[in-house]
Design a protein around this ligand. Structure first.
Ligand code: FS2
Ligand code: SF4
Length: 544
């Protein structure tokens, strides 16, 4: 296997025996093979669009299967076997339709005629032989740029899928995913063209995130500032992890009146702020911190645990029987709730487990400062900046992870001067989410914008402030201090680049898949820089 798509990749270069995330050699090969099969399907889909054939089922399939290859989503080989076979079957069916419409169905790229082995073992062998990442391009810099786009597409597909689940779709997003996957089979593209493709991925992702924002806020209302209990309530309990509001909503409906309290985990914390979710009286509080602590925290949860989307880690035997997955997330031998979303097995497990024996108060954290709330007090914020009550804004957000270097983000927020605000989003916030930072003129100094899925909201806040001050986002008293881990972060970074946003500080380490030459291109164009050794150095450089 060779995988270097996430920040915790082995030795900072690549996982070659087993993933640090727990991904096996077999699943790595199957994910490579699936991506290859999707390239074949995409080549035909691109030709189909030229003759007016747009297949909605293929659009959804492509987004889901691409998302399934994102870090910490699906570890189940059998599900990848299905994805691969379905991709080839859809490709062949589409070829017939495209040919009948007079379109092109003969391709030079071998991916368009790939024949999958008939057994799981055969597919694994094909995946290993393919060595997908290392053979994307013979030129290391072009290969690096192609990797950026492959990984960016996984993040983009995740957002497109989340949005589609809530009924928000746009064919420009699917058309780009197909075009990009098809383009990546070519070896005649220049460095400039591949830089353009990566930036286009970021640009299209803004659309996907806008669709997701419309899906979330259109269905569940705009988040409102909401204190979320960190303690426990006596009684049966279910913990919901991941990012999917609709799964949570359906579970809340199915548990009404059953005497079960629902808790959020990880990236689900901001869901407490949505009016159409917070209305449920049994939607109680938040348990635990970021994804990488789940093996320590989940054994102590006395109820059932539902994983929607990433990030799942190998469930230890002490709590495996309590774990359920749904949607694209999967782990071998862990019970999966299918498309019918009948959560009865989850509910029955929760009822069979002891639940919490007593009420415990551990205080609250505030969430719900998405774009509608923040822009609702825009006048106050603008006045505070003009009167110098607010000197600077820091967006400290992104993914969390296990590396010790990530303490930088906790220390950074602790050291931010009292006259500066901190906006945060995504699971990186758990490094400091319960800190009491006070307020400036009644506006809390620490504002939780939401999940990584709500990056659109943070961008809209920045754009609106720039509009109010009649300047560009780069001219605002705003600095972005980002942490990355997986491919949603990769595509968000590409979106920020596509918007021309400069001077982003990125950590805790730079991606292994970026060569020095490609890094130079990014530094020259966007002045992106690694976080300094200490927060004090970066604060000094930013604030002077
Ligand atoms: Fe955090 Fe994990 Fe949100 Fe990422 S829960 S690192 O994949 O999606 O951010
Ligand atoms: Fe390694 Fe990350 Fe790939 Fe997992 S996703 S195999 S940890 S690089």
């Amino acid at each position: 296997m060779f995988c270097n798509q996430c920040e915790q990749t082995a030795q900072g270069t690549g996982c070659t025996k087993i993933g640090v995330c727990g991904k096996t050699n077999e699943v790595a090969g199957l994910q490579d093979l699936l991506t290859y099969a999707l390239q074949g399907l995409s080549l035909v889909a691109v030709e189909g669009r030229k003759v007016g054939i747009v297949d909605q089922a293929i659009n959804r399939f492509t987004a889901e299967a691409t998302f399934a290859c994102l870090t910490n989503v699906d570890f189940d080989p059998l599900r990848f076997q299905n994805w691969i076979n379905s991709a080839v079957q859809l490709r062949e069916e589409l070829k017939k339709k495209v040919a009948a419409a007079g379109g092109k169905v003969d391709f030079a790229a071998a991916a368009a005629s790939f024949v999958p082995a008939g057994t799981l073992e055969g597919l694994i062998a094909q995946g290993e032989q393919l060595d997908f990442i290392n053979t994307l391009d013979p030129n290391p810099d072009l290969r690096s740029l192609k990797q950026i786009t492959v990984y960016g597409l996984r993040g983009l597909a995740a957002y497109a899928d989340h949005a589609a689940i809530l009924g928000q779709e746009d064919d420009t997003v699917y058309a780009f995913i197909h075009q990009a996957l098809a383009d990546l089979t070519r070896t005649d593209l220049s460095l400039e063209t591949l830089v353009g493709l990566a930036l286009k991925c970021g640009e299209v992702n803004l659309k996907a995130m806008e669709l997701l924002d419309a899906g979330n806020t259109g269905t569940y209302g705009h988040p409102v500032p909401t204190p979320v209990p960190l303690g426990q309530k006596k009684g049966k309990a279910i913990l919901v992890s991941g990012h999917d509001l609709k799964d949570l909503d359906m579970l809340l409906k199915q548990t009404e009146g059953k005497g079960i309290n629902i808790y959020t985990h990880g990236e689900m914390l901001p869901t407490h702020a949505y009016p159409e979710l917070k209305k449920y009286p049994h939607f109680f509080g938040h348990y635990g911190t970021a994804w990488q602590n789940q093996q320590k925290e989940l054994p102590n949860f006395p109820g059932a645990i539902l994983f929607t989307t990433n990030c799942i880690q190998k469930p230890h035997d002490s709590y495996k029987a309590n774990v359920f997955t749904t949607g694209l997330v999967g782990w071998p031998d862990v019970a999966h709730v299918g498309a019918d979303k009948d959560f009865t097995p989850v509910i029955n497990r929760a009822l069979a487990l002891p639940g919490f024996a007593e009420d415990v108060d551990r205080g609250t954290v505030l969430t719900g400062f998405a774009r509608n709330t923040v822009l609702g007090v825009a006048d106050k914020v603008i006045d505070a900046v003009k009167s110098k009550a607010i000197r600077h804004f820091f967006l400290v957000g992104g993914c969390d992870g296990a590396k010790p270097g990530r303490n930088y983000y906790t220390e950074f927020v602790e050291q931010v001067p009292q006259d500066c605000m901190v906006l945060t989003l995504a699971c990186g916030k758990f490094r400091f989410f319960d800190k009491q930072l006070g307020d400036i003129g009644g506006i809390p100094r620490l504002l939780d914008v939401g999940q990584c899925n709500d990056a659109y909201s943070a961008i809209q806040i920045a754009v609106a402030l720039a509009g109010a001050f009649n300047c560009g986002v780069n001219d605002l008293p705003l600095s972005m201090i980002l942490s990355w881990y997986e491919q949603k972060a990769v595509v968000i970074l590409l979106t920020l680049f596509s918007l021309g946003i400069k001077d982003i500080r990125l950590g805790p380490s730079l991606p292994a898949f970026i060569t020095p030459n490609v890094l130079n291109v990014l530094v020259e164009n966007f002045a992106v820089k690694p976080i300094a050794a200490t927060p004090a150095e970066d604060l000094q450089a930013i604030l002077g």
